[in-house]
Every structure is written in C-alpha cells, then in structure tokens.
Design a protein around this ligand. Sequence first.
Ligand SMILES: NC(=O)c1ccc[n+]([C@@H]2O[C@H](COP(=O)([O-])OP(=O)(O)OC[C@H]3O[C@@H](n4cnc5c(N)ncnc54)[C@H](O)[C@@H]3O)[C@@H](O)[C@H]2O)c1
Length: 277
Amino acid sequence: MALSGKVALVTGAGQGLGKGFSDILLKNGATVALLDINETVGKSAKADFDKEYGEDRTIFLKCDVTSDEQLKDAFQKTIKRFGRINIMSNNAGIVDETNWEKMVAINLNAVIRGTYLALQHMKKDTGGEGGVIVNTASIAGLAPFLLLPVYAAAKHAVVGFSRSVADASMMSGYGVRINTLCPTFVKTPLLEFLSNAGTAGQFFHLFHLVQDIEARIGIVEVPAVAEGFLQLVTDEDKNGAVMVVKEEGRSYMDFPKEFMLDLKAHIPGSETKPPSQ
Ligand SMILES: NC(=O)c1ccc[n+]([C@@H]2O[C@H](COP(=O)([O-])OP(=O)(O)OC[C@H]3O[C@@H](n4cnc5c(N)ncnc54)[C@H](O)[C@@H]3O)[C@@H](O)[C@H]2O)c1
C-alpha cells in the first residue's frame, strides 16, 4: 500500500508511540488526523509536524476515545477535512491498575469502538475504499505480567479481538486488513509507571520485581516500533498478523493452528488475503 494521498487517524497521537506512528505516516506521504485527550501534547505534536511537513498535512482533534460521541465526531471531522479514512491506528492507552475499569475502557473497549467505526467507513461492501487498521497491544498481550494483570488482560483481548476481526473482515470481503503490534517496553512517558509503585494497585507488594522484569523484557525506542507499524500498514500480505518488536528486532507471532478454521477453503476470490500465521 503506497501512502501518498492516504488519510490516517491515530489515537493517542500527542506523544510517545502515537506521535511516532503519525510521524512515519507523514514522512511516507499520508495525511494524519491526530487524536488525543490531552490538548497540550496534541497541539504541540501538531506544531512540530507543521514545521516539518506543512500545516495542511495534519489536524489535531481533542478526543476521549472512551466517548462514542467524541470518536464518531472525530471520524466525521476527519472525513469532512480530508475526504476519507484509509488507515486507523487504535493506539491510545494507559497503565493504571488502581483504576482498572477506566484502563479497560481505554485499552480495550475503545480499541473495539475504533475498529468497528473504521470498518464502517472503510469496508468495500458499503462503498468504502478498503484500508488497514493497526491496533497497539503489547507483549503483555502475549505473556503474563504479574504486576499489571488487568493491563495484560486488556492487551490479550486486543490480540484476540484483532485476529478474530481480521478473519471476519476477510471472510466478508471488506478489503480491510487488521493487524496488531506487540512491543516490549518502549521509551515513552507511559514507562513512568516503572518508577511509580502506585500504578500496580492490587499487587503493590510485588513491585520490587519491576527491575528484573525490565531487564528481562528490555526497552526499545519509538522509531523501531514505528518501522514495524509502517510494515503492518503497507504490507498487503499481512492481515491478522501480530508483530513483536523487541531489542533484537521484529518478528511475527506463529500461533498454533489447532483450533483455527481453514479460511482458504471457505472463501475463494476474496480481495483480502488470509492471515499470514
Ligand atoms: N511504552 C511502552 O512501554 C509500551 C509497550 C507496549 C505497548 N504500549 C502501548 O502503546 C500505546 C501507546 O503508549 P505510549 O507508550 O505511547 O504511551 P504515552 O503515555 O506516551 O502516550 C499515550 C497517549 O494516549 C493519550 N490518551 C490517554 N488516554 C486517552 C483517551 N482516553 N483518549 C484519547 N487519548 C488518550 C495520552 O494523552 C497520550 O498522549 C498504549 O496502548 C500502550 O499500552 C506501550
């Protein structure tokens, strides 16, 4: 998928990974709607991008992804301004086990909301142009994380949801690919939780393990994850793919196929290719 002329919507775009994803999309020719609940970081990201790419390449929209109304409004404003949406990044996320219902609302429910809204706009059977959705999970979506059980639950759910919708989209001939990104720790403001035992909530007493966890998992920089994100956006062969980004580089998860339907046997002539794993 060439990005020139394509329109992307990125949530949590004001800083960290969302800003990195927006930057790499802009660098490769796309136009980006930057969504964030935090107006200060959102406007500052837009100002940085204005200097680098010109004012007409982005819009900033203040949006709380847990609000159905605000997210729908952001879709409408993006389409009004740029004409279409081809790429959706459901990326906004927090770490806070003490307020786990809010964390599930942002890290899982809003990813579902954003995916379904994006499908509605992109799917070819209702006149859409097709496209690609990339959901940000985490390696906490693939392995247990004893300090952050609800964070891990939400990220596991993002992986399962995204893979399932990818199959459903392919079987429905929507022409929309759905992929998932699972980075290790990434150097962003979110990592402040590593020095704030309060965020561990219920399992506060295990916080002394945090340094061992950090040493085992490792930390990558935002641009390395953004390169992986770009690959998931542009590689037309990837649907239902789950990419891990770690210090050693990036790789695709190879899940057991034991319980998976053989999709190829069921859908001849689909425009979207079957999951790659
Ligand atoms: N940093 C890491 O170590 C790491 C590792 C794996 C996965 N992730 C995931 O990557 C994603 C991005 O994290 P990050 O590290 O860039 O974090 P970050 O804190 O640097 O940035 C997150 C952005 O999301 C925004 N946001 C928070 N709640 C929101 C809401 N309700 N509506 C809209 N925007 C909201 C914040 O204002 C912020 O700008 C998250 O889903 C996170 O779980 C992060």
